[in-house]
Design a binder for this molecule. Structure first.
Ligand code: A3P
Length: 307
């Protein structure tokens, strides 16, 4: 690897292409180490997303779902009230393997919950070989882009760097040169796999999750072999509780997310902005919208995928 610039991965202007996708230099190290060394266990659950498509939300939901036998919201130290979801479900590539190239993961309770932004063709071999499960979440490219632009600029401001213009970032996003881009290829990789191997990959869209959270919560539970019993499904029960705990308003207003920081330095509050569908309308010009829409049509073509 080339010598690494000091700037943090997210705000880096030093990108490298690896297996067809773009990575900020600092993160490439974690990507390669994860690919080489991560040994998936059969019961592992991997949450995979394109950046800014609701990763934090998905982490909270799956954590609450899978751990519901161990914790309940009445507990004084319910984990989601005390920790940002990124601390409960760590990134393999952005955190664990950046901090240590051969980490000891034996202390993670089973089923182990990990997250990654790795494209499908860059996943460690063991993830393909083991019957572990992947929940994939993506989001409309226009909202993903607007969220990414805000997030990156927020981090640049904190780092006393100049912010990037919407035009420049859009140009790079459309050319594929953005974190884990090209966005469209990332999504297509998991879309195709979810069609070929539906027991391995559950493909979700942020917009669907917003529109019908109860349906998708149940779907995730069934997919992960943690289905809700009919008793649990009764109204006012655990499903409602999980969705309330994981809602944007609740997570955003928790003290830990208002004032805490991740060990990697990002402020927890940076992960909660508006949490809405269609915020792109407030930022993109008609020309920008055309550019993203045409690209989406061209890339997704006959795949049957619409975002
Ligand atoms: P916006 O910038 O559009 O508000 P990620 O978690 O992948 O970094 O994505 C961040 C985006 O998800 C941000 O979108 C953020 O506000 C939104 N988000 C965070 N928590 C959420 C929640 N509980 N429900 C819905 N959206 C959420």
């Amino acid at each position: 690897l080339p010598s690494l610039p000091k700037e943090k991965g997210w705000v880096s202007s030093h990108f490298y292409q690896y297996k067809g996708f773009w990575h900020p230099a600092r993160q490439l190290q974690g990507v390669i180490a994860c690919q080489k060394h991560f040994e998936a266990q059969n019961s592992d659950i991997l949450l995979v997303t394109t950046p800014k498509s609701g990763t934090t939300w998905l982490k909270a939901i799956v954590f609450a779902l899978v751990k519901r036998m161990h914790y309940h919201r009445g507990m004084e130290n319910y984990p989601l009230f005390m920790n940002n979801p990124h601390d409960l479900v760590p990134f393999l590539d952005l955190k664990i393997y950046v901090e240590n190239q051969t980490p000891d993961l034996s202390s993670f309770p089973c089923p182990r919950l990990f997250a990654t932004h790795l494209p499908f063709n860059s996943l460690p071999k063991s993830v393909h070989n083991a019957p572990c499960k992947i929940v994939y979440l993506c989001r409309n490219p226009k909202d993903t882009f607007v969220s990414l632009w805000h997030f990156t600029n927020k981090l640049r401001l904190i780092g006393n760097m100049e912010t990037n213009s919407l035009e420049d970032v859009l140009d790079r996003f459309c050319k594929g040169v953005s974190i884990y881009g090209p966005f469209w290829d990332h999504v297509l990789g998991y879309w195709k796999e979810s069609l070929e191997n539906p027991n391995k990959v559950l493909f979700l869209k942020y917009e669907d999750l917003k529109e019908n959270p109860t349906f998708y919560l149940k779907k995730i539970g069934e997919f992960l072999d943690f289905p809700f019993s009919s008793e649990e499904e009764k109204s006012g029960g655990i499903l409602e509780e999980i969705l309330t705990i994981c809602s944007f308003d609740n997570l955003k207003n928790l003290e830990v997310n208002k004032s805490g920081k991740l060990s990697s330095g990002e402020e927890n509050k940076a992960f909660f902005r508006r949490g809405e569908v269609g915020d792109w309308k407030n930022f993109l010009t008609a020309e920008m919208v055309d550019r993203i829409n045409s690209l989406t049509e061209e890339k997704f073509g006959a795949s049957g995928l619409e975002l």
